[in-house]
Design a protein around this ligand. Structure first.
Ligand code: ADP
Ligand code: MG
Length: 572
């Protein structure tokens, strides 16, 4: 496998196995020397309908010749790798998948990135070489090897792809630079948010609405209103490449987004949610930048909860059920939202993003009239409105909240933004005036302090990834579903996962964490930080026994979210 064979050996093997049974493809496994690059056939599929075979190409920088400044720091390197993956993907989609025979015959494909840019294992740019990992459907008619067709793939199509996608002089110089510069600029703003006391930045001119609920590209049809910051909250950043950028700064503390229905509140919040990631040029949200530890919180009734202390929000449940060690297989809207917050804090979140559209009403508010009718001792829930200030004062956790339905929150907000026909206005003073006039309608129920965030210790034996004779069988079944042994982890309410390749990595990270760090003594937070450090230092290849080209880096917050939704999870 390690010795380099001549490409002519591959050619003669393909000619020899032409017309034989599909298993004969096993013979072509190995590394070959092509003029200007090496090609390794790493994994050979057992039949034409199985997941396609994996090919890894190494192009020396001598040939690829990427200017050093395009990958001179980590973020530029990630951006360049992402660019090359996209370029390879676009060009390879010309390949005649399926049309060359049975099943996936003739397919050439690489992992396809979404609008967001993050570290992935499809392409690596190094000082001395470019590495690309992609898949090929080895062609067959029925189960008979089509050697000539395979020859075309390896000796015509792949060489052309390598040349056009991985060699610098064949790329659009300006486009590559714009991609890398844009990502670096957004990243640089994100790193400087905290020093300006901000949790998010939304640049003037940003395009926030998306094409549709299932199409994350920018809305192009009809009238699109570009974002424009209210004067009083406008801030400036000097980005390393693009220079000065102005836009709305959302300060730490409690920020309320109000406005009439259909005026763009949720669209703004959704853009802020995804602002934890960098975006490709042309996305419209390139400079919507959010602190990397911001997390979307919502109600999620039906989820399971394993030993979470939800007592800051929920107490005195019927039948004396203890809310300091709360477990259930079927949470209600309010208990699920409470658990989502506590778990997020446990995993290190510092900003909560919430939308009335997806929150439990009785978790968010309890108005004066209801307080009079249902006395406090009869209501287990301390509403979020009475905890949101303590979150900031006790734990330095900020909240950005979309709330068009009640003005009770005016009192607890540091800043109020009103969306008016997709244009934000700053209305804090007006909101405070209104709140003052009606001050005493409801009474505060939040107690002295937010309360402690309990650190749990996950138990390894409660994570069983085995299935049949396999020690670990884990797979992403979609953007929001992980098959973990016989369990299914439902992530449909984890809105900040952007790529199924992240989901795939999350599943394997759970297993890695279990094997390496879950000893019943380490807390979840400790385990996450150890795993994060390993991934940073050694890359995502540590997650799999063989090299994969289809991982993308998730945040540890989403890893924790997945663990918390594993229905067998037990924590001490
Ligand atoms: P709200 O949460 O205030 O009810 P949404 O954010 O759901 O409103 O937006 C309502 C509709 O308006 C959506 O279809 C969205 O795509 C569209 N929209 C949002 N922002 C803009 C904008 N800046 N320009 C054009 N259309 C927009
Ligand atoms: Mg809405």
């Amino acid at each position: 496998m390690n010795t380099l064979k001549s490409q002519e050996l591959l050619r003669s093997s393909l000619r020899r196995i032409d017309g034989r049974g599909y298993k004969a493809y096993e013979d072509i496994k190995g590394s070959y020397d092509f003029a200007g690059y090496t090609l390794a056939i790493d994994y050979v599929q057992p039949d034409p309908f199985a997941p396609p075979s994996q090919v890894i190409v190494h192009v020396p920088q001598k040939t690829a010749a990427f200017p050093h400044e395009l990958f001179q720091n980590r973020i530029r390197e990630v951006a360049l790798e992402d660019y090359l993956t996209r370029r390879f993907y676009t060009l390879s989609s010309r390949a005649r998948g399926g049309s060359r025979g049975t099943g996936g015959s003739g397919l050439i494909s690489i992992d396809k990135p979404p609008q967001e840019v993050f570290e992935r294992t499809s392409v690596f740019v190094r000082e001395n070489e470019i590495e690309a990992r992609f898949v090929v459907g080895l062609p067959a008619r029925g189960r008979t090897v089509l050697g000539r067709q395979a020859e075309e793939i390896f000796f015509e199509e792949i060489p052309l792809l390598v040349k056009e996608a991985l060699i610098y002089r064949n790329l659009d110089e300006g486009e590559v630079k714009r991609h890398v510069d844009t990502v670096e600029d957004a990243d640089s703003i994100r790193r400087r948010l905290a020093e300006k006391g901000l949790v998010a930045f939304v640049a003037d001119g940003a395009v926030l609405p998306r094409a549709s609920g299932v199409d994350d590209r920018p809305l192009a049809e009809g009238r699109v209103v570009q974002f424009r910051s209210p004067e009083r909250v406008r801030v400036e950043f000097t980005a390393p490449n693009r220079g000065d950028l102005s836009g709305m700064g959302i300060p730490s503390g409690v920020t309320l987004i109000v406005g009439g229905g259909y005026h763009g509140k949720s669209t703004l919040l959704n853009a802020i949610e995804k602002g934890i990631y960098n975006h490709i040029p042309g996305d419209g949200r390139e400079f919507v930048v959010t602190d990397a530890r911001a997390i979307k919180i919502r109600a999620e009734d039906g989820r399971s909860i394993a030993n979470v202390d939800i007592s800051p929000f929920i107490n005195n449940l019927p039948f004396g059920k203890d809310t300091r060690t709360f477990s259930t297989a079927d949470a209600s809207g309010s208990t699920s939202q409470a658990a989502n917050i506590i778990e997020a804090l446990e995993a290190g979140a510092n900003i909560l993003l919430m939308d009335e559209d997806t929150s439990a009403t009785n978790f968010m508010i309890r108005d004066g009239r209801m307080q009079r009718l249902v006395a406090k001792p009869k209501e287990p829930i301390t509403p979020f409105i009475d905890k949101v200030r303590q979150l900031h004062s006790d734990l330095a956790v900020s909240t950005v909240l979309v709330m068009g339905g009640t003005g009770d929150y005016f009192e607890v907000a540091d800043m109020v933004i009103m969306m008016d026909e997709y244009i934000p206005c700053e209305v804090t003073r007006e909101a405070k005036e209104i709140a003052k006039g009606r001050y005493s309608e409801r009474s505060f129920e939040g107690g002295e302090r937010f309360g402690a965030v309990k650190q749990r210790r996950p138990l390894a034996q409660s994570l069983d990834a085995s299935r049949g004779r396999r020690e670990a069988r884990i797979a992403a079944k979609g953007l929001h579903t992980i098959a973990f042994g016989y369990q299914t982890i439902d992530l449909s309410h984890i809105e900040q996962i952007a790529d199924i390749s992240q989901t795939r990595a999350i599943g394997d990270i759970l297993y890695y964490a279990r094997e390496k760090y879950m000893d019943g003594k380490r807390t979840l937070a400790e385990i996450l930080s150890l795993v994060e450090k390993d991934l940073e230092e050694k890359g995502m290849d540590i997650l799999s026994p063989y090299l994969r080209g289809d991982y993308a880096m998730p945040r540890m917050l989403e890893v924790a979210a997945a663990l918390n939704r594993l229905r067998t999870l037990q924590c001490a």
